[in-house]
Write a protein that binds this ligand. Structure first.
Ligand code: PMP
Length: 287
């Protein structure tokens, strides 16, 4: 497996960065998780826009243009012959001093890792995930914009650890006000009386690219849709719940904190949106 670092494709064993890189010292950097379907980068422009917006959000100059990064991603997948897989794209602050000052760093590293993706098994898309609501809250916008996809994922990781402790597949995080924000690596939707509802950006979420595709699909399919606050009670009593994300795509949630959601199986609207999402991939990537 080859890794692209600052212009060079190297074997993964030789792919290394400085221990003084603030990405290592402080999680000071931004990243994207991107799907490759049929040799094409899915939602490429959206990922590039979010990467650059994240970088701007932490005042990190990206040392390459969007087009240079796209070219480097294609070079990386070609090197390993990957036609269906996943790219992890990282921009770090670069090597600096042991102090926090980001402006003493000598320039960011761009890293591209392409690999296969471990999907949830097909039966999980039918039977749905068992999730918990984590005690760990999502970082609020007063602390750091949740729209920044930063390399510092510790609050999500602590929530995910709670899920592991509980034997659950995922954890849903509340924001500081105690309303639903998102899962540790996915956005959340519920379906209530035929309407798909997802927390708005003000609920302290990462603005997911899959979430946006699904919102647009709701409109195409005439499924009523609303971006509004979702309470824990509304989640427990929803007819359906599902998560959206680059890796998971669209996956049902059928148990939250031990309570069965809807019929206990993937609901009709969830299935319809998953089928439409897979169709959308075919249209965009010709798969
Ligand atoms: N929320 C968080 C915290 C995430 O890490 C991700 C995955 N990038 C998502 C939501 C889903 O975003 P996307 O659909 O862009 O993968």
């Amino acid at each position: 497996m080859k890794v692209w670092i600052n212009g060079n494709l190297v074997e993964k064993e030789k792919a290394s960065i400085s221990v003084l890189d603030h990405g290592v010292l402080y999680g000071d950097g931004v990243f994207e998780g991107i799907r490759i379907y049929n040799g094409k980068i899915f939602q490429c422009d959206a990922h590039m826009d979010r990467l650059f917006a994240s970088a701007e959000g932490i005042r990190l100059p990206v040392p390459l243009t969007k087009q240079e990064i796209v070219d480097a991603m294609y070079e990386t997948i070609a090197a390993d012959g990957i036609s269906d897989g996943y790219i992890r794209l990282i921009v770090t602050r670069g090597p600096g001093t042991l102090g926090l000052n980001p402006f003493e760093c000598s320039g960011g590293s761009v890293i591209i890792i392409a690999d296969q993706i471990a999907l949830y098994p097909p039966e999980m898309y039918e039977n749905g995930l068992n999730v918990i609501i984590a005690k760990t809250r999502r970082i609020s916008s007063e602390m750091l914009s949740p729209a920044v996809k930063s390399c510092n994922y510790l609050n999500n990781i602590m929530a995910r650890a709670e899920a592991v402790d509980a034997g659950a597949a995922e954890a849903i995080m509340l924001n500081a006000d105690g309303i639903i924000a998102e899962a540790t690596g996915d956005n959340v939707f519920i379906v209530s009386e035929g309407t798909a509802i997802t927390p708005p950006t003000e609920a302290d979420i990462l603005i997911g690219i899959t979430r946006k595709v699904v919102i647009d699909l709701c409109s195409d399919l005439d499924i009523p849709m609303s971006e509004r606050a979702v309470t824990v009670e509304q989640l427990y009593s929803a007819d359906e719940c599902f998560l959206t994300g680059t890796a998971a795509e669209v996956i049902a949630v059928t148990k939250v904190d031990g309570k069965v959601i809807g019929s206990g199986k993937a609901g009709a609207i969830t299935k319809k949106l998953l089928a439409a999402f897979r169709q959308f991939i075919q249209t965009e990537c010709g798969k």
